[in-house]
Design a protein around this ligand. Sequence first.
Ligand code: SF4
Ligand code: F3S
Ligand code: FES
Length: 248
Amino acid sequence: MSYEARFKVWRGDAAGGDLEDYAVEVNEGEVVLDIIHRLQATQAPDLAVRWNCKAGKCGSCSAEVNGMPRLLCMTRMSTFTEDQTITVTPLRTFPVMRDLVTDVSFNYQKAREVQAFSPPTDLQPGEYRMQQVDVERSQEFRKCIECFLCQDVCHVVRDHEDNKTSFAGPRFLMRVAELDMHPLDTADRRPAAKEEHGLGYCNITKCCTEVCPEHIKITDNALIPLKERVVDRHYDPVVWLGNKIRRR
Ligand code: SF4
Ligand code: F3S
Ligand code: FES
């Protein structure tokens, strides 16, 4: 069953742009990315969109659909009514390059600022056996496809451009938490979490968790535990030392 849907798609570049109206065919089982591709094929050959896998795994096709950060390839047209106008805009938190494509290099910069995994320098291969519980704790975080939807939605940077220098965003605070939970990591990541990565800016609104296409419980399983450990360290260094030793 086909029908014609009304779309508003943001067209423009760093200098400015506007929403443009399109009427476009929709077929059963299609996702928003299919419609964007049909627009390119039939009406707007120069429409820029970033995508790669069309399977929700590469994290490239992030944009906003009716104002909500979404993967275009995982947003089914069946979630909208046939008479609904669907608005597709670029990620709001990052600078527009062209049409639906944004410059997400903020995230690569934040990734570089996280100190690398730091195992004991004298540890030889085969000398340590990971416990299953330690594997499982971080496995959830490693499902991240780096779509940056959580980075886009977090109000700390979405509404305050000037916070970008001092806030790493949920994806990279989660990375700090993951490394801090690793039994072999020797770095004390708590001072940096607070002072360099801006953990204190997060006021646990959980919007990041809500938009994550991998359903990672970013707030409950990474950010809140990291906050608790930062508080432990701040108020009681003995607790922090005890925790670190216990996890060895
Ligand atoms: Fe995307 Fe989730 Fe990773 Fe954030 S944590 S970048 S929303 S997959
Ligand atoms: Fe932002 Fe997520 Fe915290 S949306 S405020 S990082 S809980
Ligand atoms: Fe790869 Fe959408 S195209 S996640």
